[in-house]
Design a protein around this ligand. Structure first.
Ligand code: IMP
Length: 205
């Protein structure tokens, strides 16, 4: 079934159009900026991403994309992301959304009290669904560390406690475009656009 999307961005018709299913406004803002930088048109579909609790981001994203493809029947992608903390054996990982809602940033800082090894990474998994072509996965990782205290007001989720390698500011202290240049999401999105450009060369300039 085809439905009308919302938040449609008016762009010249020649640019490729891709739909995203997310109700996380922080993520959507980042994808919107990324789509402008990469010369594609992003449209937000108005249904929620189906959230199932599985043990890998890949499985969660693939399931949500399959359900969305049946519902919408247009080229679309969904993303699942998580924060993996080395000293906590990768926790919260695929449970990041639930842990953010329950423990939050302060809860993670508490778990990390007195912990010297503060290495962590964010991982983004994008599942791209194209009618007749199935699902394709693109991933991006950014390595960094957990800050000693929360800093910054930008971004969303665990951004105030994540410092990317080589940086001093947390993700929440960066502009969207600064974060996109380093982030797991920026990398996964860039791989998807690169694949789309190769696969649909004739349609994408
Ligand atoms: P989901 O991908 O919507 O399931 O989100 C997983 C959770 O991971 C979010 O609720 C955030 O708390 C966290 N998360 C994912 N990506 C980011 C990010 O770029 N910055 C901060 N937190 C993130």
């Amino acid at each position: 079934m085809r439905k009308e999307g919302r938040n449609e961005i008016s762009e010249p018709a020649s640019k490729p159009v891709i739909h995203v299913l997310t109700q996380n406004e922080g993520k959507f803002r980042e994808f919107l900026e990324l789509s402008k930088e990469h010369g594609v048109v992003l449209k937000q579909l108005p249904s929620p991403k189906v959230e199932v609790q599985l043990r890998s981001l890949e499985d969660i994203a693939t399931y949500a994309a399959s359900v969305a493809l049946v519902e919408w029947g247009v080229p679309l992608f969904v993303e699942d992301a998580g924060l993996f903390i080395e000293a906590l054996n990768g926790f919260p990982g695929p449970y990041s959304s639930y842990v953010y809602k329950t423990l939050g940033v302060d809860g993670i800082l508490k778990l990390m009290e007195g912990v010297k090894d503060r290495r962590a990474y964010f991982k983004s998994v994008i599942a791209l669904a194209i009618p007749g072509e199935g699902i394709r996965i693109f991933t991006g990782i950014v390595r960094g560390s957990i800050a000693l205290e929360a800093r910054g007001t930008g971004g969303f989720g665990f951004d105030p406690i994540f410092i990317a390698e080589g940086m001093e500011r947390t993700f929440a202290e960066l502009s969207i475009s600064e974060k996109n240049k380093l982030s797991h999401r920026g990398k996964a999105f860039a791989s998807m656009v690169e694949w789309l450009r190769t696969a649909f060369k004739s349609r994408i300039s």
